[in-house]
Every structure is written in structure tokens, then in C-alpha cells.
Design a protein around this ligand. Structure first.
Ligand SMILES: Cc1cc2nc3c(=O)[nH]c(=O)nc-3n(C[C@H](O)[C@H](O)[C@H](O)COP(=O)(O)OP(=O)(O)OC[C@H]3O[C@@H](n4cnc5c(N)ncnc54)[C@H](O)[C@@H]3O)c2cc1C
Length: 471
């Protein structure tokens, strides 16, 4: 074919954990793989940075919890150790303008609100157990469960405003959007995939249990090193021509002289390893089937900005505080102590999520910094207003992610478009955490999807088993 610069068995578009895991397994099955990555780094939504003051901060995904076995095995394989998230001391609840210390699993000091929150979460968890995480649309009541939002369900399931508000805060932290933006069916399948909603929001014993010494991106870098020059950075896929015999993938690749030019790779199969809203920007020829294109349009990313305030020391610990805030208002609805394991300096991390993230666009970086530091000082005292350094990562402004932490599906999407999530379109296969059966939205789900798609592609090409092999 004229104008084709390279040929391969399989092109993988996207070098996040899903794409890297798929590429590794496909290479192990003896297939010739090329990974085209839009950014000048691998890891996608997982991005570890060393800041100006020398702090190591995870700007995206950072935690690992129980039952995330693939991620644990991968970290062990490349020698990356984990340590418990700091939970010692009292947490702080910001409610109706007041500050209330609390300990334990339920983030409120209000006794009625606490009992109601436990009961509401239990109801949600019981309902979630009935919904298949891999095919929620198969539930006998899928039509109804997908016709209402989580907010509509909570409005009647909870008796107190405290419980409703806590569910909203949890939703903002987990999905990057409010409960009024999420289909109940989607939340139930998602929660079941991670065990339960309770395990998604827990620190000890839950999804926020541990962090990686040196950051969560290391395993992605290690996988990419193993793939060597099969990984091409700074090469966003812009077009895919496809037919029965394969694909021609066009990337906008920067040459050695920095000049960008179309780079075409002919392959028998393509793995698209990115969220639906992101692949919606690629031009497919012929166009994707309607349901798949609708999915790309109807699975918007959540809105999240992650901020880190770096201090000489974790001074809040002296006052018996854990660094965790759960707030019913403000920019920072949830914060955590993200100091290094040895406590050699202090780091408070917070999420600006959902509508607050979108509305704070006009405040600009200085406005957001000022507002966040004010909120931290209100909770932890005046010392919090003067960090050595303050960073923010606005995922919504990242063109190759478009928000986060995950896609937020509203009513009608799963029952209408769900079956097309993983269904191949001719030679095109779909990966990415949004396609996972368990731990969708998490690094673990990304790895699962990479493993699944590699098996699928290897079988289609009649290659050896795509078992995880040497790097
Ligand atoms: C703020 C935040 C906090 C999070 N916290 C956690 C956490 O603590 N624990 C956890 O497990 N998960 C967490 N997550 C979620 C986790 O990061 C993701 O689930 C996971 O990294 C997704 O991996 P992926 O490979 O499916 O997708 P991505 O990481 O999004 O990878 C997609 C890749 O495709 C690339 N790409 C995009 N467009 C193109 C194109 N046109 N051509 C080529 N390449 C392209 C992107 O640059 C990217 O590298 C968090 C996410 C965010 C944003």
C-alpha cells in the first residue's frame, strides 16, 4: 500500500496501563506490535511528577486496595513497594459551615446522619450485588435502574440530608461528577466491580488503602521499557481506515526535526486503549456503527483537578489530625495526607470535582490556589496557608484524557449502548478501564481490559496464547 511507513500485526492506540498491558501480552504471544501514544510519556491517567521542591506527587491515579491482584502482581514484578495511606488521628467533617472531628468509617459526627448513611450504603451495596459488573444491562430491572439517577434513588432511600450530602461527596470523589449525573444502574455495576460502594470509599480495607513508594507511574514506565522501540511517543492517532483485511492507522507523528507529519501503519488488528470520549475524536473510515459512536458521545469524562500543597513537615499530625477532610461545600470536598512514607515532608492532596471543577475554570490557577489554601487553613490552621509549593493538575483540560477519573454514564446509556462497549468492530478491538468487568475506573480495571483484549486479538489472529510473558 502506498504511503504506509510501517506494518505490524497489531497497533495499540494508547500507552496507559490498558494499552501497555495489551501490548506486553500480544508481544509475548509472538505478535508484532506497535504502540502509538499521543503524549510524550506513558501512563495516561497515572502521572507521577517530581515537583520543584523535590516532592514526588501522583497527579492522577495513586492508590491500590485489596483484590486489585493484577496491579499488585505487576508492582511486585518490578519491585515497587507499597505503604499504607496515613490514617492516624481525627478526620474532619465540614458541614453547614462548621468543623466536626470524626473517626471511624462513616464520615460524619452527626449520630442520626451516621446511622442513616450506614443504612443507605448498605441498601446500595445490597442492590449492587444483584447487578453484573460486566453486563449490567442484563439485570431484569435494567430498564428501570437505568432510567433514574443515583440522586433520585438517594432522595427516597435516605432519610437525612447528612446521608444525601455524604453520598454526593463520595460520588464526586469516586466519579468526578454529582449523583444527579449518574445512572443508578451504572453506579451499581461499577460498585459491584470493586466489591461494593463501601469498599470504593474506604481507606483502610478499601480502594484508598495503599500508595506506591516512588509513585504509581513506575510500573507503566517499566512495561514501556520492556516493549522498547515498539512504543512510539508523541504520535496521536488521528485516523483509522478499516476493512475486512485490517487497518491503516494514521498518527500525527513528530519527526526528529520536530516537524509533524502523518505516519501510517498497516496492521491486521487495532486495539483502541482509551476512554470512549477520547476515541470519539479519531476519524474512522468507514464511520463506527451508530451504537459505538453514540457511546463515544454519551460517556463523558468526570471533571477533576488534583491539587497538592507541600509543606516542610506534616504539621497537622501534631494536632492529632489525619489530614482527611470530607466537606459538604467548597472547592475541596475531600483531602488526604499524601506525605511520603518517612514523613520527611508534608503533603496535603485534595480533589476539586464535578460542577465545582467546571465552575472554577474562570478563577484561574491563582484563584483556585487561593481558595484551596483558605479552605485548608480553615481546617488545619494558619500554617496550611503557606505551603512551600502548590501544584494542580486539571485533567479536564488534558486533550488526551478530557477529564477523570473515569467516564460518567447518565441514564439510558448502558441499556442503549452497553453491549457495544467491548464488541469488536471488524478488526478494531476495545480496551481501557471503562471496558473492564471488575474495578472499572481503576488501574486494576485497565490491566484486566488489556489482558482480555490481548486474548481476544491473539485468538482472532490464531497466535499463541497471549499469556503474560517476559517483558
Ligand atoms: C485524578 C485521578 C485520580 C485517580 N485515582 C486513582 C487511584 O488512586 N487508583 C486507581 O486505581 N485509579 C485511579 N484513577 C483512575 C486510573 O488512573 C485509570 O482508571 C487508569 O489509569 C486508566 O488507564 P487506561 O489505560 O484505561 O486509560 P488512560 O490512562 O486514559 O490511557 C489512555 C492513553 O491513550 C492516550 N491517547 C489518547 N488519545 C490518543 C490518540 N488519539 N492516539 C494515541 N494515544 C492516545 C492517552 O495519552 C493515554 O496515555 C485516577 C484517575 C484520575 C484522573
Amino acid at each position: 500500500m502506498t504511503g504506509v511507513e510501517q506494518t505490524a500485526d497489531v497497533v495499540v492506540a494508547g500507552a496507559g496501563y490498558a494499552g501497555l498491558r495489551a501490548a506486553r501480552d500480544l508481544a509475548a504471544a509472538g505478535l508484532d506490535v506497535v504502540v502509538l501514544e499521543a503524549r510524550d510519556r506513558v501512563g495516561g491517567r497515572v502521572f507521577t511528577e517530581v515537583t520543584g521542591s523535590g516532592a514526588v506527587v501522583d497527579q492522577g491515579g495513586q492508590w491500590i486496595g485489596p483484590t486489585q491482584d493484577r496491579l499488585q502482581a505487576l508492582a511486585d514484578e518490578c519491585g515497587v513497594t507499597r505503604f499504607p495511606t496515613w490514617v492516624e488521628g481525627s478526620n474532619l467533617e465540614v458541614r453547614s459551615g462548621g468543623l466536626h472531628p470524626f473517626t471511624g468509617l462513616v464520615p460524619t459526627s452527626d449520630p442520626d446522619g451516621s446511622a442513616d448513611t450506614v443504612a443507605t450504603l448498605l441498601d446500595l451495596d445490597l442492590l449492587a450485588q444483584e447487578v453484573s459488573p460486566s453486563s449490567p444491562w442484563d439485570h431484569p430491572d435494567a430498564g428501570f435502574l437505568d432510567s433514574i439517577t443515583l440522586a433520585e434513588w438517594v432522595a427516597t432511600a435516605a432519610d437525612t440530608d447528612v446521608a444525601r450530602s455524604l453520598v454526593a461527596t463520595a460520588t464526586l470523589a469516586v466519579f468526578g461528577c454529582g449523583p444527579d449525573e449518574l445512572s443508578l444502574l451504572y453506579v451499581l455495576g461499577y460498585a459491584h466491580g470493586g466489591g461494593s460502594m463501601s469498599s470504593l470509599i474506604r481507606t483502610s480495607g478499601g480502594a484508598q488503602e495503599r500508595r506506591f513508594t516512588g509513585g504509581a507511574q513506575q510500573m507503566a514506565v517499566w512495561l514501556a521499557e520492556g516493549l522498547g522501540d515498539r512504543v512510539v511517543l508523541d504520535a496521536p492517532v488521528v485516523g483509522v481506515a478499516h476493512g475486512p483485511s485490517g487497518v491503516t492507522v494514521t498518527a500525527d507523528r513528530a519527526g526528529a526535526d520536530g516537524v509533524r507529519a502523518p505516519w501510517r501503519v498497516d496492521a491486521r488488528r487495532l486495539v483502541v486503549a482509551m476512554p470512549p470520549a477520547v476515541h470519539g475524536r479519531i476519524a474512522f473510515d468507514p464511520p463506527l456503527p451508530g451504537a459505538r459512536d453514540q457511546l463515544a458521545q454519551r460517556a463523558p469524562m468526570g471533571s477533576v483537578t488534583k491539587v497538592h500543597a507541600v509543606y516542610d513537615r506534616p504539621f497537622w499530625r501534631d494536632a492529632g489530625l489525619s489530614g482527611q477532610i470530607v466537606a459538604d461545600t467548597g472547592l475541596l470536598r475531600a483531602t488526604f495526607d499524601d506525605s511520603p512514607e518517612d514523613g520527611s515532608h508534608g503533603v496535603l492532596m485534595g480533589f476539586i470535582a464535578g460542577p465545582a471543577d467546571r465552575l472554577s475554570e474562570s478563577a484561574g490557577p491563582d484563584g483556585r490556589r487561593g481558595a484551596c489554601l483558605e479552605e485548608l487553613a480553615r481546617a488545619f490552621g494558619p500554617e496550611a496557608a503557606g505551603p512551600v509549593e502548590f501544584t494542580e493538575q486539571r485533567w479536564s483540560a488534558e486533550p488526551f484524557t478530557r477529564g477523570g477519573p473515569v467516564a460518567c454514564l447518565g441514564p439510558g446509556v448502558l441499556t442503549g449502548c452497553g453491549p457495544s462497549l467491548r464488541r469488536p468492530v471488524g478488526p478494531i478491538h476495545w480496551a481501557g478501564t471503562e471496558t473492564a468487568s471488575a474495578w472499572s475506573g481503576y488501574i486494576e480495571g485497565a490491566l484486566e481490559s488489556g489482558e482480555r483484549v490481548a486474548t481476544e486479538v491473539a485468538a482472532a489472529l490464531g497466535a499463541g496464547a497471549a499469556a503474560p510473558g517476559g517483558r
